[in-house]
Design a protein around this ligand. Structure first.
Ligand code: AMP
Ligand code: MG
Length: 405
């Protein structure tokens, strides 16, 4: 049986990023850049004022005081028409170019302008070369590589791309992920379960996990534990880049998912991982053909926490890999136990936990948890703590955690 790390390595090795395509800047939030972006201009593109005030020669204001002749007013978007000579100043607004001859700006609050004489009196505590100005190219130099392939586009990357004039860019595709819950006991969320029935909570949770991982979710509803019906829904799901099934991958008489996937031409990569919860997890793919791309398929165990943990560890890694991120796997953080705990089992346990970083250290408190059906426990948690098999932890013992948010 594979370890979690071996299973993650198999996923990374099996899943190829979606092909890159041109995308309008306005549609690119959350996508991953598929090109290196080089600045076409200096930023700022000219020496400019950071304040509303008066552009001066700093040498004219040696002790913070001066009276200067104002030769023009320069607003943002305007261009200076005069060179500032000794004894002169220009009225200037934030964002306007610094005129030749001037090297500093005194802010308006430290001046008194006399309309009648056209002179400004200055009284400032600081006026040195570059005071209240920013020099051309300080932020970015023309020709500099500002963003590289593999960067997820957040609002600040999009704004920077806008500054660089990139109305379109090359980005990896956004994966479409189908979600299919299986089980005769399931009823839709809006219904009251009858005898022996439960609500289909996994679909809602997996849809949210998929969206949080940067993909588009395509919920397919509930499949009955019946071969023909399951097969039809699987075919539907195979039209997407990823198909996530929940339930039906264990040893029960109606656990039909692995055999029906194989019948649908989905090749098994692994079945079962040495982990708790989530041991029965199944992963495979329907290979790409010249007509259609590959579809990657996960059979997640039906118990809600098993589905959630396998979703976070395995499905999320496949999704992130498809989106083109260079580091697709879970981000593991080192913390320390806030209390003792003994794992007598022979499998590593991903246990719902609450982390507290207020002291500068990451302290880990395990949430009270009744096992893989107890989704409620995860509501009181923000992470999963990795408890190694046959380990005895005391307060302060190092423990790895993977955050959920
Ligand atoms: P299975 O993996 O199909 O054997 O299901 C394991 C457990 O998870 C059973 O108790 C199921 O009733 C439960 N379960 C399966 N699918 C879902 C679902 N979509 N939502 C909530 N619980 C589920
Ligand atoms: Mg089932």
């Amino acid at each position: 049986m594979l370890s979690v790390d071996e299973a993650l390595a198999k996923i990374v090795e099996t899943v190829a990023p979606l092909s890159a395509r041109p995308v309008a800047l306005d549609d690119a939030l959350g996508l991953v850049l598929a090109e290196d972006v080089v600045a076409d201009l200096d930023s700022p593109p000219f020496d400019k004022s950071l304040m509303d005030g008066f552009a001066v020669r700093s040498a004219d204001v040696p002790d913070g005081r001066a009276t200067l002749e104002v030769v023009e007013t320069i607003t943002a978007g305007g261009v200076p028409t005069k060179t500032i000579a000794g004894g002169q100043a220009a009225r200037i607004m934030t964002g306007a170019p610094i005129p030749d001859g001037a090297d500093a700006v005194v802010k308006i609050e430290e001046t008194r302008f006399d309309e009648a004489t056209g002179r400004v009196e200055i009284e400032t505590s600081r006026c040195e070369p570059r005071t209240n100005t920013i020099v051309r190219g300080t932020n970015t130099r023309s020709g500099e590589t500002v963003l590289r392939t593999g960067r997820r586009l957040r609002p600040q990357e999009l704004g920077t791309l806008a500054e660089l004039g990139r109305a379109t860019l090359s980005a990896f595709g956004r994966p479409r992920v189908a979600i299919l819950a299986t089980g005769d006991e399931l009823v839709p969320v809006g219904e009251t379960p009858g005898a022996g029935q439960i609500r289909n909570s996994n679909e809602t949770m997996l849809v949210a996990q998929v969206r949080r991982a940067g993909a588009e979710a395509v919920p397919l509803g509930i499949a009955r534990d019946e071969r023909a019906h399951l097969r039809e829904r699987i075919e539907q799901g195979l039209a997407c880049d990823v198909l996530l099934l929940s339930g039906g991958v264990s040893m029960g008489t109606l656990d039909l998912v692995p055999s029906e996937l194989q019948a649908a031409g989905v090749r098994e990569v692994f079945h079962k991982v040495h982990v708790k919860p989530g041991k029965p997890v199944w992963f495979g793919l329907r290979d790409a053909t010249p007509e259609r791309p590959a579809t990657y398929v996960f059979g997640l165990p039906g118990n809600p926490v098993s589905s959630m943990v396998c979703g976070e560890l395995f499905a999320r890694t496949a999704i992130r890999r498809l989106t083109g991120l260079p580091h697709a796997g879970p981000r593991v953080e080192r913390g320390q136990m806030n209390h003792p705990y003994v794992n007598r089992g022979d499998r590593p346990v991903y246990h719902p936990a609450l982390t507290d970083t207020t002291s500068g250290q990451t302290w880990v408190t395990l949430a009270p948890w009744h096992g893989s059906s107890d989704l409620r426990a995860t509501v009181e948690a923000n992470a999963m703590a990795l408890l190694l098999p046959e380990s005895e932890l005391t307060r302060g013992s190092p423990v790895d955690v993977v955050r959920w948010d």
